[in-house]
Ligand binder design. Sequence first.
Ligand SMILES: Cc1ncc(COP(=O)(O)O)c(C=O)c1O
Length: 333
Amino acid sequence: VRTQPELPAEILLDWNESPIGAPLAAVERIVATAHHLHRYPRGLMEEVTDLAAAHLGVAPEQILLTAGVDEAIDITLGLADRAWGTLPGFDAIAERAEVLGKPFRAIPLDADWQPGDRAPGAGDADIVYLAQPNNPTGNLFDESWIDRVRAAARYVFIDETYLEFSSRPSVLSSGDDPRLLVYRSFSKAFGLAGIRVGCLVATPETVARMAAARRFMPIDAVSLNAAAGVLGDTGFIKRLTEHVLLGRADLTAILGRSGLFADVRDTEANFVLAHPRADVAARLAAGLARRRLRVKECTPLGLPGWLRVSVGSRPEHQALDECLTGIATGGAR
Ligand SMILES: Cc1ncc(COP(=O)(O)O)c(C=O)c1O
């Protein structure tokens, strides 16, 4: 079993996945337990819930394991009449609200990608979704603004999917608050985007209310075994985080020195943002496509014209560097 795959023909720097592969402990546990797949996942929800609670420093009764952030959004949309989210912001909020028939209100961000001074107007019938750090802007919002939203809205859902890469501690350390819902993902710092498991943290009362409406054993044994594996090897999370923090600076430098971008912004997440110069944008897009190097164009996330580039492995950064140099010098690469 390899933890670091070979450089494939297609380089995927578009969805902010692990730059160091999957956690070996998770892979090994899946392999070791595969012969038990004729059994229901007896006890596994409880085991992963306990491990996640210990990792996050909360009580097991405060944890609801979900099928990624989408299920966490779907479940929590049921707690309020209207949903709010930032623009630019994570597009799943507006999408899921529309699917579930909840009105969605956008909170516009200013030129510094901050919500500004205005309170959003959310009240007692509302749930406000904020990603901290935000996607796609990768930044943190002014804390006093978040406090005002928390005081006004019925619920505030803080999505901490990129928390491990940021300079601000988890909002979970701010103490118990019945209005607060926190999401933690297994997809980024835990390196397990393939399993579709996440962790919703709330008060025991809110968790009990949400859990009552769920299906029987809603997460499969393979996913739960992988989650248990990584939670038993927190050294992997530390290694991945260290790689991202160093790699982010490297990626910022590669994008900056290429000369192809009018603006390059470091973030608090596992990606960097870059705005191509108008005169090279088409050539850049064609050159990246030719090299099969995928990055995320941010129009669907409310940030048209910007590219979001995930921190990758060293060979991936080298390939990106060579590709950008080729485009800048007009070569065939
Ligand atoms: C803000 C934000 N939340 C959640 C997710 C996805 O989380 P998960 O894979 O746990 O569903 C992403 C993925 O890109 C994201 O950007």
